[in-house]
Design a protein around this ligand. Structure first.
Ligand code: PMP
Ligand code: GLN
Length: 390
């Protein structure tokens, strides 16, 4: 299967757009990362851990203090009862956790229900494991699935479903009733859910993140994946977590030992500290991001751009045709970075087939000055696009 050959894979859109931004000196509202250095106390803790210890191999499953902190955090914030010793594995980012889940659980021929827009890592890894993706397409403005869509996708060979909630790029926080519906289908078809919940703390506007694992029948059949990178705005740290019932966790841990074996111990210690002490951070960080979103949305609206709704992640989406842009998203994104100096992500890059080509993703986890300048540059890009259309 040609698709499974890794050397044939294109460079991911995140690297492509960040590469162009670096090369051209553009503002980078493409790849999702904040432009501030992250919480000082947590970085200080990491520096201390580098100097005062924690520099040799930590335990394969992760530092006990971090696994305890992860279980404690999810107990406080999501009412989950996880046994830190048997149900939490620390990984090198959510990306490694995803790889461990796909490579460790999927057998050749298994069908895997995947929603698109789809995070770039899922399909190559699922195929490498021999899985057969069954794609369910979500569309703007609401990006929700319904019973008909799920019933068409789930069949006798379905073994897994992959859920990204809150959803990158859409910013959708799945409503309770949608999760209950998905849980019902998983139980009926004896399907395991692989839940990428890296954005779970980045939720605002009155929305509430609920883990699929908490729904009836899901506790034993869910792999829940988190990332300190998103929790603390330290995206380069690559400290992630796998949480699952003991039988699943054992398999995942065996794969983890041959993917990376361990994760930087000093960073693990600092993340444990952050989870134990970060209650104020978890309250303030989403509020501050909501203000940034509001600022970018208001600036864009003043310029006549149409902003789609969203309640989470670092991302705001523009409806291009409703914003007066007639070009497809990718052409406009390339124009914006090359001719107006602002990088973004064309959402069509996150579809495998029948892409939505009308939505542009912008990362708003940036300073006010950057956001204000981005609005000016996007307006300029639209002007150039209109001029060329004449
Ligand atoms: N899944 C999703 C949906 C993401 O948005 C990201 C990164 N932003 C990841 C996984 C990867 O997380 P990490 O950097 O911890 O590997
Ligand atoms: N998750 C980040 C985003 O969506 C990108 C991470 C990456 O570049 N692999 O922008």
């Amino acid at each position: 299967m040609a698709d499974a050959i890794f050397s044939n894979l294109p460079t991911t859109v995140f690297e492509e757009m960040s590469g162009l931004a670096r090369e051209l000196g553009a503002l980078n509202l493409g790849q999702g990362f904040p432009d501030d250095p992250g919480p000082r106390e947590i970085r200080a803790k990491a520096a201390e851990a580098v100097l005062d210890g924690y520099n040799q191999y930590p335990p394969m499953l992760g530092l006990p203090e971090l696994r305890q902190a992860v279980a404690g955090h999810y107990r406080r914030t999501q009412d989950l009862d996880l046994d830190w010793a048997g149900e939490v594995v620390v990984t090198s980012g959510a990306t490694e956790a995803l790889a461990a889940a796909f490579l460790g659980l999927i057998e050749p021929g298994d069908e895997v229900v995947v929603f698109q827009p789809v995070y770039d890592a899922y399909l190559p890894l699922i195929r490498r494991a021999g899985g057969r993706p069954r794609l369910v397409s979500l569309s703007p403005p609401h990006w929700r699935f319904d019973r008909t869509m799920l019933e068409a996708a789930f069949g006798p060979r379905t073994r897994f479903v992959v859920l990204n909630n809150p959803l990158n790029p859409a910013g959708l926080v799945a409503p309770e009733e949608d999760l209950a519906l998905l849980a019902e289908l998983c139980v009926r078809h004896d399907v395991t859910a692989i839940c990428d919940e890296v954005w779970e703390q980045v939720v605002f506007g009155g929305a509430r993140h609920r883990p699929l694992m908490a729904f009836p029948g899901m506790r034993e059949r869910t792999v829940k994946i988190g990332s300190a990178g998103k929790m603390f705005g330290l995206t380069g740290w690559k400290v992630g977590f796998l949480c699952a019932a003991p039988a699943l966790s054992r398999t995942l841990a065996r794969v983890h030992q041959f993917l990376t074996f361990t994760t930087a111990p000093n960073l693990q210690a600092a993340v444990a500290f952050g989870l134990e002490t970060g209650r104020d951070w978890f309250a303030e960080m989403p509020q501050s991001l909501a203000r940034s979103r509001e600022r970018l949305a208001a600036g864009l609206a003043r310029e006549g751009f149409a902003v789609l709704p969203g309640q989470g992640t670092y991302f705001l989406n523009l409806d291009l045709p409703a914003s007066g842009v007639d070009e497809p998203d990718r052409a406009f994104a390339l124009r914006a970075v090359k001719e107006a100096g602002v990088a973004s992500i064309p959402v069509s890059a996150l579809y495998e087939d029948d892409p939505v080509t009308t939505v542009l993703r912008l990362c708003f986890a940036k300073s006010d000055a950057v956001l204000d300048e981005a609005v000016v540059r996007l307006a300029k890009a639209r002007e150039l696009s209109r001029r060329d259309a004449l």
